[in-house]
Design a protein around this ligand. Structure first.
Ligand SMILES: [Zn+2]
Length: 128
């Protein structure tokens, strides 16, 4: 299947260590993970995002910079996650997985999160 591959990077650099909040951080390499995004024109979309890694001189831990609007656990954009949930209610998981280019299991996980969120929302709105 055809796909769009788009190179991207974020200009937002961290200024403090997320572990100890120290400000003495130095560059420590980079990685370029593929981040799935919403399909465009019937094609899958993958963003190759330059992600910088840093090391804290105070606590000596390393960390990657935050990618805005990205679900880091799933390597997907947040808008793709938001799109998959409702799509998986209307269509078979396998179809959604095929269109986006992720595993059926990932679609199922997102579906469950989405339904759980809907249920929680419904309970809040129920009059006593
Ligand atoms: Zn630190």
């Amino acid at each position: 299947m055809d796909a769009y591959h788009i190179a991207a990077e974020t200009q937002v650099a961290p200024t403090i260590c997320p572990h100890c909040e120290g400000a003495a951080i130095v560059g420590y390499g980079r990685r370029e993970p593929w981040i799935r995004d919403l399909p465009m024109h019937g094609k899958r979309v993958g963003l190759c995002v330059q992600t910088r890694r840093f090391r804290c001189k105070t606590c000596e831990k390393t960390f990657y910079q935050d990618l805005p609007s990205v679900d880091a656990r799933r390597f997907m954009t947040e808008r793709l996650v938001a799109w998959i949930g409702p799509a998986a209610i209307r269509r078979p998981f396998a179809h959604v997985a095929q269109e986006v280019g992720v595993s059926e299991r990932t679609v199922r996980d997102i579906f469950h999160d989405h339904v759980t969120a809907l249920e929680a929302h419904r309970q809040v709105e129920t009059p006593q």
